[in-house]
Design a binder for this molecule. Structure first.
Ligand SMILES: Nc1ncnc2c1ncn2[C@@H]1O[C@H](COP(=O)(O)OP(=O)(O)O)[C@@H](O)[C@H]1O
Ligand SMILES: [Mg+2]
Length: 409
């Protein structure tokens, strides 16, 4: 038998991942630790070990799938074992095994696999998926050939997406200490293998500036991407009632909606404009502007383009408000009573009356980063730009009771 030539020599951590006998493994942590490569190679090793096995590898979106998993397979799979069929996005091996490369962009995309069966399922960047998608695919693991039914995942902790970060953390990281294989209630075993960027000498050699770039990230991202720290849940969140249920798309072309906004000016800090629609009952943040150094003309244009009737702005910026007014924009001083404003927003969240469009990334991010000053009844002045703008909009709107007075109908 001729020996296969494989260009891949696993690092120590990658070897541990390949050798781990648990049914479900998460190889998690820093960006650049060699996780995607390891996943693709692990699937290869399974395909070759178990003839006629069916393997499926997921990434959330199609472009990412192409750029990472498929690209790594083409780069690292040796010749003479099978071939990649591009039109079907599958690798077919001479021993009858297949690896499907797939994406799951929307939550219900998993339903395509109803009735399908796999021996091995891999998720690259598990924090990009819903727990529902993971559990659904887990239920599709059904080897009729007596092979081990494996789930293999990779992930970075994701500070920008606390909800998805949370389920992955609970499922794998909080379940057992790192490297410890533990049984779940159904007798399946699970293990978490942590990785840091320092585990991957290939990357450090190829791109020595990479670690420096990670080191200069904001604190939470640095902790997550450089060190693979999963404990990113901030203590003392101001809006602790905020959760994934508040993130959704609402069609505001149906029915009667009144559009207004909240504005926080920044010079070196970003200027934040949140665009709110209300039908009197619900408040929906349908868009945001979040950028440093935006000109007043550009800002005025954004307000007009979104047809915001009134924008409630940081009352201390009298000059800027005046200038916007001179440009014909309906800008008014916001009510800046911090605590009542915060409590008003909290009440809307608790009563499921406030929703955020998923494209409002900065607003969503600040919801998970905006915290109280320890021992004090005021928030820390950080990650507060969209939060201030939102409070200006919602609290001032309600104080003016524009809706109830019939002024907008
Ligand atoms: N064992 C290996 N041999 C050679 N190159 C590797 C190996 N593992 C990772 N790499 C390279 O290191 C870089 C980062 O790896 P990747 O798998 O993309 O990391 P991650 O998914 O953790 O961000 C890629 O360029 C990849 O090709
Ligand atoms: Mg990767």
């Amino acid at each position: 038998m001729t020996k296969l030539k494989v260009r891949y020599e696993p690092t120590k951590k990658q070897s541990a991942f390949h050798a781990c006998p648990a049914d479900e493994v998460l190889y998690g942590g820093a960006a650049g630790g060699g996780k995607s490569t390891a996943l693709v190679m692990d699937a290869l090793s399974y395909a070759l070990t178990y003839p006629k096995s069916r393997i499926i590898l997921f990434r959330r979106t199609y472009p990412e799938l192409e750029e990472t998993l498929i690209q790594k397979a083409l780069e690292f799979y040796p010749e003479g074992i099978g071939r990649y069929i591009e039109t079907k996005r599958r690798y077919e091996f001479l021993n009858g095994s297949v690896i499907l490369f797939r994406y799951l962009e929307h939550r219900n995309d998993v339903l395509r696999y109803q009735g399908a069966e796999f021996d091995y399922t891999g998720f690259d960047e598990l924090t990009h998926f819903d727990e529902f998608q993971f559990q659904y695919m887990k239920s599709r693991l059904r080897s009729t050939k007596g092979y081990p039914k494996y789930i293999r995942c990779t992930a970075n902790p994701d500070p920008k997406n606390p909800t998805k970060n949370k389920w992955v953390k609970e499922y794998f990281i909080d379940f057992a200490p790192p490297m410890v294989i533990k049984k779940d209630g159904e007798g399946r075993t699970r293990c978490f293998i942590p990785a840091t960027v320092y585990d991957n000498p290939y990357l450090l050699e190829k791109d020595p500036g990479y670690v420096k770039r990670l080191e200069s990230l904001p604190e939470l991202e640095r902790q997550a991407l450089l060190l693979g720290n999963w404990n990113l849940q901030r203590e003392g969140l101001v809006y602790d009632e905020f959760s994934e249920r508040h993130v959704k798309e609402i069609d505001i072309t149906e029915g009667t909606w009144h559009l207004f906004g909240g504005l926080d000016f920044g010079a070196t800090n970003p200027t934040a404009l949140v665009c709110v629609a209300t039908n009197g009952e619900l408040f929906y943040v349908f868009d945001e502007i979040y950028t440093p150094d935006i000109s007043l003309d550009a800002l005025a244009y954004e307000v007009l383009r979104r047809k915001l009737t009134t924008v409630y702005a940081d009352p201390s910026a009298k000059g800027l408000i005046r200038e916007l007014q001179l440009k014909g924009i309906g800008v008014e001083k916001a009510d800046n009573e911090v605590l009542p404003g915060i409590f008003h927003v909290k009440r809307l969240l608790a009563n499921n009356r406030l929703f955020i469009n998923p494209r409002c990334k900065h607003t969503l991010e600040e919801f998970s980063l905006y915290v109280w000053e320890e021992g004090k009844d005021k928030p820390v002045k950080a990650f507060d730009h969209a939060m201030d703008a939102l409070r200006y909009a919602l609290y001032t709107f309600q104080k003016k009771a524009v809706w109830d007075s019939g002024g907008v109908r």
